[in-house]
Design a protein around this ligand. Structure first.
Ligand SMILES: NC(=O)c1ccc[n+]([C@@H]2O[C@H](COP(=O)([O-])OP(=O)(O)OC[C@H]3O[C@@H](n4cnc5c(N)ncnc54)[C@H](OP(=O)(O)O)[C@@H]3O)[C@@H](O)[C@H]2O)c1
Length: 278
């Protein structure tokens, strides 16, 4: 039995779909805080709220492998411990979606991932860590707004991002959850190519025929731009901090491991822009 937490989210849904291509649906469990959101996935659905450990305990019953999809709330590092503990007690292998270079980066966003990785390693559970680089989809609001604004905004300078599609990361998670030889591995998963915001602006110009440039802003100004588009101020600060770390090439490495796991090239940001705007 393979249990996927966060199965109602964008990534979780894709992982469940990928798993059911590889193993019988009866071997897959979608564990979700909001079970009705996962009811259409065609697999057994179990309630699993990271804030209610008793639900996690029940959700991972008879699991051989558990995918812990990282949460989104400020207390997620604490929330994750409930899943790690439950997987350990169930005797399951735990697979965790982490962040690039979680053990060394100074990016504030990665602190929860570093804490979770440390907890996993100290727990004694058998684990695989998937350090997912950014999703192409993260940039959808900026891509959608760019033709009208004539600009893409950021604070990442010439720094590059080796993004891939959510579907690529989902396929990799499914490959690990159904494969062998991944115990104890920490995989840095990234797209095949890294691009700068100027490259992104150029792609948008190419696809739309409109002039779109990259406007590099100081960190605080960029946080203000994000807050102005409705991003809650504390999260806007964290995203601006991500960009500062991108300027130092935090997300630029292209180790090729994602491509190897999924057996195909990753989806480029250019293809993604075309699918959104063409
Ligand atoms: N690499 C990247 O570029 C990137 C970008 C964004 C996020 N992430 C991380 O990757 C994760 C998956 O991405 P995504 O696109 O699938 O995010 P998403 O669509 O926002 O899904 C988040 C999932 O987490 C679940 N969740 C939140 N709080 C929970 C709780 N207390 N108990 C149980 N489940 C809870 C949500 O459940 P509900 O449906 O009940 O809300 C949802 O299923 C995110 O949660 C985040 O940690 C990575």
């Amino acid at each position: 039995m393979i249990v996927v937490t966060g199965a109602s989210g964008h990534l979780g849904r894709l992982v469940v779909e990928e798993l059911t291509k590889r193993v019988p649906a009866a071997q897959v469990v979608a564990a979700a805080r909001t079970p009705q959101k996962a009811a259409d996935l065609g697999v057994e659905v179990r309630e699993a709220d990271y804030d209610r450990p008793e639900t996690i305990e029940a959700a991972v019953r008879r699991a051989a492998r558990v995918l812990l999809i990282s949460g989104v709330e400020p207390q997620r590092a604490r929330q994750h411990t409930a899943v790690v503990d439950a997987a350990k007690r169930a005797g399951a292998v735990l697979v965790y979606t982490s962040a690039p270079k979680a053990d060394t980066t100074e990016a504030a966003l990665a602190a929860d991932h570093r804490a979770t990785e440390e907890y996993i390693k100290a727990s004694g559970v058998t684990y695989t860590i998937l350090r997912n680089n950014w999703y192409n989809e993260v940039y959808d609001p900026a891509i959608a707004a760019a033709p009208q604004l004539g600009a893409v905004y950021g604070a990442s300078g010439d720094g590059r991002v080796a993004s891939a599609s959510r579907a690529d990361y989902a396929a990799a998670a499914a490959a690990v959850l159904t494969g062998e030889g991944h115990d104890g591995q920490v995989y840095e998963l990234a797209g095949d190519t890294a691009w700068s915001r100027a490259d992104l602006a150029a792609e948008i110009s190419k696809v739309t025929g409109k002039e779109v440039v990259y406007r590099d802003l100081p960190k605080d100004e960029y946080a203000g731009v994000l807050a102005g588009t409705g991003v809650p101020a504390p999260f806007a600060e964290i995203l601006a901090d991500v960009d500062v770390n991108v300027s130092r090439d935090w997300l630029a490495d292209t180790p090729g491991t994602l491509r190897e796991l999924i057996g195909r090239p990753t989806r480029t940001i250019g293809d993604h822009v075309r699918s959104l705007l063409a």
